[in-house]
Design a binder for this molecule. Structure first.
Ligand code: T3D
Length: 269
């Protein structure tokens, strides 16, 4: 399937991986309405595209994304309220990413600020250049967390750490983000592309149905009771156990062949 090119979003599809590159390097990929529309459209198309197994979200130049484009917001004042902006663009985008059926990777090549940080956090896996940083200075501007940042922070860190970061956070280095569990792995300068390729390869080779169901299980587990989760796990396991992927894995095991999904090890930190 072809993806609509926009000057603000580059879409590249190769060997099961759709890479979406926010493309306003001169403004650290600050999010405009055009870019937000393009992101939502590309993700909507990718969801039902069987040729896409993994989505990678990244930025061009030295930034991941500096969040809402402040120039556009000022120009729009009067026509568009913050409420409209959040409801029309950020809510659908963040929900689309967080509920996406297939694995997603934020390839955090540079600074991720405001809604740009929330967008990265909404992805399943986060790989970060050692020189990149999160800029969570909402409160420094007299603003509150938005675009799901409060949800992602409190779920990742717990209330105490989330409050500290939201009140006084400012910039958070890649090293600190790793220590807090906000990102999966850090790449040395020049090595983020290679690291991302390793992750995408493992995800493309992996059992797609099991990945989709595991994502749903973990999402539901954030707000459900143990009883509800035990029920859900039962239904999903019945489905997974009947899959061709499971049959292939069992056949390989019984015949002392390598696992069909490739390496299954925790990557080194
Ligand atoms: O309606 C709504 O309110 C929706 C709400 C959404 C939530 C949000 O995202 S609100 C948060 C918006 N983002 C910010 O407040 C971050 C603003 N940017 C910065 O604080 C800094 O740029 C950074 C800390 C991210 C990076 O600093 P630095 O020193 O590395 O770069 P810089 O020189 O500040 O920026 C480089 C260029 O990008 C510069 O343009 P110039 O002067 O070279 O022409 C700068 O103006 C531009 N830029 C950076 N961020 C934005 C931006 N242009 C528009 N909007 C931006 N958000």
């Amino acid at each position: 399937m072809g993806y609509l090119e926009s000057s603000t979003l580059i879409c590249r599809q190769e060997r099961g991986v759709l890479t979406l590159t926010m493309n306003r390097a001169e403004a650290l990929n600050a999010l405009t309405s055009e870019m937000l529309d393009a992101l939502i459209a590309a993700l909507t198309a990718a969801e039902s595209d069987d040729e896409v197994r993994v989505v990678v979200l990244t930025g061009s130049g030295r930034g991941f994304s500096a969040g809402q484009d402040l120039g556009e917001l000022n120009n729009k004042e009067g026509q568009f309220s913050v409420e409209t902006q959040l409801r029309q663009y950020y809510r659908p985008l963040i929900q689309r990413v967080a509920n996406f059926a297939k694995p997603t990777i934020a390839k955090i090549n540079g600074v991720a600020a405001g809604a740009g940080a929330a967008l990265a956090m909404a992805c399943d896996f986060k790989l970060m250049d050692r020189r990149a940083r999160f800029h969570l200075a909402f409160s420094q501007m007299g603003l509150v967390l938005d675009s799901g940042a409060s949800y992602f922070l409190v779920h990742a860190l717990g209330r105490t750490r989330a409050l500290e970061l939201a009140f006084f956070g400012g910039s958070l280095s890649a090293q600190d983000a790793l220590a807090l569990g906000l990102v999966n792995q850090i790449a040395e300068p020049g090595e983020l592309d290679g690291l991302t390729d390793e992750w995408t390869e493992r995800l493309v080779l992996g059992p797609q149905l099991a990945f989709r169901l595991i994502k749903q299980e973990l999402r539901q587990a954030e707000g459900a009771s143990l009883g509800e989760i035990l029920e859900l796990e039962t239904a999903f396991q019945i489905e997974a156990q009947a899959s061709l992927d499971h049959q292939r894995a069992i056949d390989a095991f019984m015949n002392k062949q390598p696992n069909p999904f490739g390496r299954h090890v925790t990557p080194p930190k």
